[in-house]
Design a protein around this ligand. Structure first.
Ligand SMILES: *[C@@H]1O[C@H](CO)[C@@H](O)[C@H](O)[C@H]1NC(C)=O
Ligand SMILES: *[C@@H]1O[C@H](CO)[C@@H](O)[C@H](O)[C@H]1NC(C)=O
Length: 404
């Protein structure tokens, strides 16, 4: 059943290497040398829980898209990986392996989250993939670790009275970041399980997006606040927070669409589509003339931030493929052109927000792990958008695997 996956992957690899050449098909594409440097830097400096989870997801979208929820080949994953696929997925799988090997058996969470409920689960999708594709069938460590992490989220973490799972452990507080870290894990878990239990988890992932939006949406700007509830708040419309929310909801949407129960979830996928579109439409209204976005998207006194510019452009290309609405593609193209001017010759993205303060630029000489990832998410999204646009090469491949 999965024998075509390697073929597909090789085809995609060939196509993407064609696309990285300066041909009219994908003129903005980063070259291979730059991609390699940006990736090596990402893998080298990603250490916090959410950075590892984001790096794993990014590496799959870049190198093994057929294994991600963005492709109809997502479910179920192959039982064993061909050498080609194994090599392409090795960045993500080695993060999952390292984390699970280091996890104390008594810890329900995958890794220490620096006080966050919501960050360690970001590694969960890679752990689930490692489980489904493991070469030793008697190895239950990935399955057990993923189940413990899910149990902690569903049964131990604090929640609001209406059910939003807290991003923090010590108090109930909601951060936009959560939407990229947790609902995609719960949704992937559910789609892999299938049946009624799986459908319940897909519904839970959707509900977390719905509840987070209920609390975080700023109705005036149509953008999301960063942090609400608890003993302090960040009501600013943080660029990266809006990117996390839009990109996280997109992964949930694609997980549901490619699951075996997608037909039961029409209203949920319609909602997710319009919620992502709302963020994107309201983001680009505030784009600077050079293509950049500001750290606080709708505040003209805020500094320029390349991280959110890259991530929001990535989601914009993904949404254009899904909805066929290309009205924001010019803005994304401008953003990508701008981002390319911000990558230095060593593959570091400049002018990022400091991801730990979220209110100041990164100190000179320091780099943003998530910013490195967002460049690659942008490259992968642009590649897939260009494929879809250029006479449906991608559609052809998809039709091929769907009729197998
Ligand atoms: C898959 O790749 C990893 C690391 O790149 C390697 O250690 C492992 O032996 C490979 N497994 C298979 C089945 O090829
Ligand atoms: C791990 O993989 C096996 C298939 O090898 C599957 O039956 C099990 O449900 C998986 N565990 C999780 C948590 O998905």
């Amino acid at each position: 059943m999965f024998s075509l996956l390697p073929t597909l992957l090789i085809a995609c690899t060939l196509i993407s290497s064609v696309l990285t050449a300066p041909v009219p098909l994908a003129p903005l594409s980063l070259n291979d040398a730059t991609i390699t440097k940006v990736r090596n830097n990402m893998l080298q400096i990603s250490t916090h829980s959410w950075e590892l989870g984001t790096a794993a997801q990014t590496d799959l979208e870049l190198r093994a898209p057929a294994l991600t929820v963005l492709w109809p080949t997502a479910f179920p994953p192959p039982k064993s990986l061909s050498p080609v696929l194994n090599a392409s997925a090795s960045g993500a799988l080695s993060i999952a392996k390292r984390v699970v090997r280091a996890k104390p058996a008594s810890s329900k969470t995958l890794i220490d989250g620096d006080g966050a409920v919501g960050d360690p689960p970001s590694i969960g999708t890679a752990v689930l993939l490692a489980n489904w594709t493991r070469s030793d069938p008697s190895d239950q460590s990935f399955s057990v670790a993923a189940a413990q992490q899910l149990d902690f989220l569903l049964n131990d973490a604090p929640r609001t009275s209406d059910g939003a799972i807290s991003h923090r452990k010590d108090q109930t507080q909601l951060w936009a970041d959560f939407v990229y870290m947790v609902p995609p894990f719960i949704a992937y878990y559910g789609a892999l399980q299938g049946g009624d239990d799986g459908a319940n988890l897909l519904q839970e992932a959707y509900d977390q997006c719905r509840l987070y939006r209920k609390y975080l949406l700023d109705t005036g700007s149509g953008l999301w606040k960063h942090i609400v509830l608890g003993n302090w708040q960040d009501n600013a419309r943080w660029g990266t927070g809006n990117g996390w929310a839009a990109a996280g909801m997109f992964r949930v949407l694609e997980t549901i669409r490619h699951s075996s129960v997608s037909s039961q979830f029409q209203s949920q996928t319609d909602d997710l589509t319009s919620w992502i579109q709302q963020i994107i439409d309201n983001t680009w209204k505030h784009q600077n003339s050079d293509g950049s976005l500001r750290n606080h998207l709708d505040d003209e006194s805020s500094f320029v931030d390349t991280s959110s510019t890259a991530l929001l452009a990535a989601v914009t290309y993904r949404m254009a493929v899904l909805t066929k609405d290309t009205s924001n593609v010019d803005a994304a193209d401008k953003a990508f052109s701008y981002i390319k001017t911000q990558i230095d010759s060593n593959g570091w993205l400049a002018n990022t927000v400091d991801p730990l303060t979220f209110t100041t630029p990164s100190a000179s000489g320091s780099h943003s792990p998530e910013g490195q990832a967002f460049v690659l998410l942008l490259q992968a999204a642009y590649r897939d958008y260009s494929l879809a646009k250029s006479g449906g090469v991608r559609d052809m491949l998809l039709a091929y695997i769907q009729t197998r």
